[in-house]
Design a protein around this ligand. Structure first.
Ligand SMILES: Cc1cc2nc3c(=O)[nH]c(=O)nc-3n(C[C@H](O)[C@H](O)[C@H](O)COP(=O)(O)OP(=O)(O)OC[C@H]3O[C@@H](n4cnc5c(N)ncnc54)[C@H](O)[C@@H]3O)c2cc1C
Length: 433
């Protein structure tokens, strides 16, 4: 392939203590935590709103904050839910602490909390690269309607979900897998009789809430006609009259590859229209349903993850192995969707699991933290931690750690884990077995 050089001068538009890249569930909480810890903080987001998969991907519900009825992920993540509840934007389902929410109210509360914390917001700004001195990051580059701009920072938190910043910085990644979990374009339907619909609830430990009846129908139909690959189907309310989001399309695709992602968006949009038609015909609650929208982007379950100082394994995670530097918990089962068929492997945890701080940092990278689904884990542990409540917990830890680094002027691997854990516990995180 022919390669041409692109020479650009990027004005350095601002300087911060902490720059958070990506405003999904992890990034929102990371930025609030860093700012509340006293760091001058900025957050970079490619869309004009926050929420990542929760809003741009229409992924619902927010799973899960509790284990056996006990809150495990507390602090700023739970405060976010309380703020949503205050404006009737969230409904808690117990004992799991599973949250049905309204995506528009999610966007509103996220921006309110970030602005209240004093975080500088850069919307419509795509992270394109970084400048380094050795392995230390000095600036990030963003592209937006102003052109190419640089932002200087002391510490950086990669919450892009796809480890975009870590990749640009040269952090090694976990080995690529050909069984990467599938992507799904979620869609929103109106005119639904939600009282008779078997909705996702996640309210009982050990139960998978999909529409078993419709699944059988789809399997039967698939014997006589060509149907797209599907999962579930799972239906989740959005706290709006007669409206649900439907998670059932699926495709094995590497969404971190632009050509493949483009193809996936086109094919999955076709599949949505096929499935809307099938649902209207076969599910009584959908008889009068209509398509309100497809998600802004196809939902991504899995892409790149960093190779951190520690790689959390499925065995450690399922057995709830405790670590001296544990900074957050996970309560969701290991939830692996097959890449090329409609099967799902769910493995339930022996106890609420622990995530060590070492999974958020990469060896030799002194001012970079990675939170959210791109943290350092194998595919099994990642298949649980990737859910929203857990990644919010990682975001909180990364933000608190970055603020500690700012106040002490230390590298990310020099953070005193006892102090970090004490601060997190003070916020409301439950780190005790
Ligand atoms: C189909 C599907 C079903 C799921 N079901 C559930 C469920 O039932 N319950 C649950 O809790 N979780 C579920 N999840 C998982 C969950 O939604 C995600 O794993 C979670 O949102 C990850 O959060 P994150 O903050 O790490 O990344 P993301 O949510 O991906 O957020 C990343 C953010 O960074 C921004 N960004 C990315 N790259 C750049 C860039 N280069 N420049 C600027 N901004 C950038 C994005 O726009 C986004 O806002 C599901 C996911 C999918 C795809």
């Amino acid at each position: 392939m022919k390669v041409i050089e692109q020479l650009k001068n990027s004005p350095v538009i601002a300087q911060y203590d902490v720059v958070v890249c990506g405003g999904g569930p992890a990034g929102i909480i990371a930025a609030v935590a860093a700012a509340r810890g006293g760091a001058r903080t900025a957050i970079i987001e490619r869309y004009g709103f926050f929420g990542g998969m929760a809003t741009a991907g229409l992924v619902a519900p927010i799973s899960v904050f509790n284990y056996n009825g006990k809150r495990m992920i507390g602090g700023i993540p739970w405060e976010f839910i309380e703020r949503l509840k205050d404006i009737e934007g969230a409904r808690e389902e117990n004992p799991l602490g599973n949250i049905t929410f309204n995506p528009e109210k999610y966007k509103l509360i996220a921006q309110r909390m970030l602005l209240e914390a004093g975080v500088s917001i850069y919307f419509h700004s795509y992270l394109t690269g970084c400048k380094q001195s050795g392995n230390s990051l000095t600036h990030i580059f963003i592209e937006n309607k102003n052109g190419s701009e640089a932002i200087a920072g002391k510490y950086f938190i990669d919450c892009t979900g796809d480890a975009d910043l870590a990749l640009q910085a040269g952090v090694p990644m976990q080995p690529a897998s050909n069984t990467m979990q599938p992507a799904s374009l979620i869609f929103m339907l109106g005119g639904v009789d939600i009282d008779t619909l078997p909705m996702i609830r996640h309210k009982d430990q050990g139960v998978n809430y999909h529409d078993l009846n419709m699944r059988q129908i789809l399997e039967e139909l698939g014997k006589t006609q060509k149907l797209p690959n599907f999962g579930g189907p799972w239906y989740c309310g959005v706290l709006a009259h007669g409206t649900v989001v439907v998670n059932m399309t699926r495709m094995h695709v590497d969404m971190a590859d632009n050509r493949k992602a483009t193809q996936a968006e086109c094919l999955l949009r076709e599949d949505v229209f096929t499935f809307v038609d099938v649902l209207q015909k076969h599910v009584p609650a959908f008889r009068n349903a209509y398509l309100i929208s497809t998600a802004t982007q196809t939902g991504i379950r899995e892409t790149r993850r960093i190779k951190g100082v520690h790689t959390l394994t499925g065995e450690e995670y399922i057995n709830a192995t405790d670590f001296p530097d544990a900074i957050s918990r996970g309560c969701h089962p290991v939830d692996i969707h097959a890449s090329d068929n409609n099967k799902q492997r769910c493995e339930f945890l022996k106890d609420a699991a622990f995530v060590p701080y070492r999974c958020l940092i990469a060896p030799g990278f002194p001012n970079l933290l990675v939170a959210g689904r791109a943290f350092s884990a194998d595919s099994v542990a990642s298949a649980s931690v990737r859910v929203q409540a857990s990644v919010m917990g990682l975001g909180q830890a990364a933000g608190v750690a970055a603020a500690l680094c700012v106040s002490e002027g230390i590298d990310v691997d020099k953070v005193n884990s006892a102090k970090l854990r004490e601060t997190l516990t003070g916020y409301g995180a439950n780190l005790t077995k």
